[in-house]
Ligand binder design. Structure first.
Ligand SMILES: NC(=O)c1ccc[n+]([C@@H]2O[C@H](COP(=O)([O-])OP(=O)(O)OC[C@H]3O[C@@H](n4cnc5c(N)ncnc54)[C@H](OP(=O)(O)O)[C@@H]3O)[C@@H](O)[C@H]2O)c1
Length: 322
């Protein structure tokens, strides 16, 4: 089978398409023949070395496809099931072996492309707005990079919960998309002062919760946009890592709370995984969350896909198609 491999960290040029042996599932594992591979910003951190991985290595953590082999002891799946996984290494490939307990069945009515575009990003939104903090009807939330993969899902899900959404985006085209998805207010954060706009929109109060996966470039604006005792959820580094947080900063900006979560800590059991995935599929199935696959690339063009993602040229989710 074909797989993307890297033997050193660096830019997109370190990604290489190679032929490898098709792996056999061991006990408790399944092999999926991929129909679509989800591209996530975390893949660029693994490639660049921001999040260290052992090299040489495969890349990618999310895909959907048909179960074509099951290892001993697997009862969750049978050959022929449509399944998806998020958070297992080596997804940029024609097929992959993953632990059955880390994969989920894709329900009828949801196709493999949608599942690969939505599972990791959707489960991220699920834990961020339903469990880490429960977004309530009428609550105003700040969502950065709102036209991106995670951002689009967060805007729609928060709107379905009755929240007021202040979205930030990097271009007019993305602003239009955020509005179409239901964002109540849109800030062009490359041109406008985010905190000043948030204060204006909220009558000076600020927001009780802000979701920031842009990191370095938005950190200061997010800090200054929060209401007293507000919650700063820092969950990514699209522009580079956020600076270290000093306790004093949290005090001086209104006794704030700061958290830096990652999905895996909100999926510590198969039950948590199943519940999170079910919530995502339910939001999609009900039509409350629509998944935009803005870009697809052949597997062999993983480099191009990373260039597009890192140059802010993408809207919605991106897929690699084997
Ligand atoms: N903690 C977790 O468990 C978890 C899980 C999943 C994802 N995440 C994080 O969530 C974020 C979104 O992930 P995604 O896969 O859906 O990506 P994405 O949002 O589709 O793409 C990233 C977006 O970030 C914005 N951005 C701002 N400054 C940027 C810069 N200097 N370079 C590149 N992009 C920049 C761009 O939108 P504009 O053009 O509108 O600025 C870009 O389109 C990432 O930071 C990711 O690491 C975290």
């Amino acid at each position: 089978m074909r797989a993307i491999r890297l033997s050193k960290n660096g830019g997109p040029e370190v990604l290489e398409l190679v032929e490898v042996e098709t792996p056999q599932p061991g006990p408790g594992q399944i092999r999926l023949r991929h129909e679509a591979v989800g591209i996530n910003f975390i893949d660029t951190y693994h490639r660049s070395g921001l999040y260290p991985i052992k090299l040489p290595s495969g890349l990618g953590s999310e895909a959907a496809g048909v179960v074509e082999a099951v290892g001993d002891g697997v009862t969750r799946f049978k050959v022929g099931d449509l399944a998806a996984y998020a958070g297992a290494p080596g997804a940029y490939a024609d097929a992959n072996v993953v632990a059955a307990e880390r994969a989920v069945k894709v329900p009828a009515g949801i196709d493999s492309h949608t599942a690969a575009a939505a599972l990791l990003k959707g489960m991220t939104v699920e834990f961020l707005i339903r469990r880490l903090h429960r977004v309530e009807a009428g609550e105003t939330i700040l969502v950065h990079a709102a036209a991106g993969g995670v951002g689009q899902i967060m805007v729609q899900w928060a709107k379905a919960l009755g929240a007021v959404v202040i979205a930030t985006v990097g271009s007019q085209e993305k602003a239009a998309r955020a509005r179409e998805l239901g964002a109540d207010h849109v800030i062009l954060y490359r041109d406008q002062d985010v905190a000043a706009e948030v204060r204006r929109i909220t009558g000076g109060k600020g927001v009780p919760v802000a979701y920031d996966a842009v990191g370095k470039d938005t950190f200061e604006g997010t800090l200054k946009s929060l209401a007293r005792r507000g919650l700063f959820v820092s969950f990514g580094n699209a522009s580079g890592p956020a600076p270290p947080v000093e306790g004093r900063q949290l005090m001086l900006n209104g006794s704030l709370f700061f958290t830096r979560p990652t999905m895996i800590d909100y999926q510590t059991t198969t039950e948590e995984l199943d519940a999170s995935a079910a919530a995502v599929f339910e939001m999609i199935g009900s039509g409350k969350v629509k998944i935009e696959i803005g870009q697809t690339f052949p597997l062999a063009e993983a480099r191009k896909a990373h260039e597009a993602l890192e140059s802010r040229a993408t809207i919605g989710a991106s897929l690699l198609i084997p």
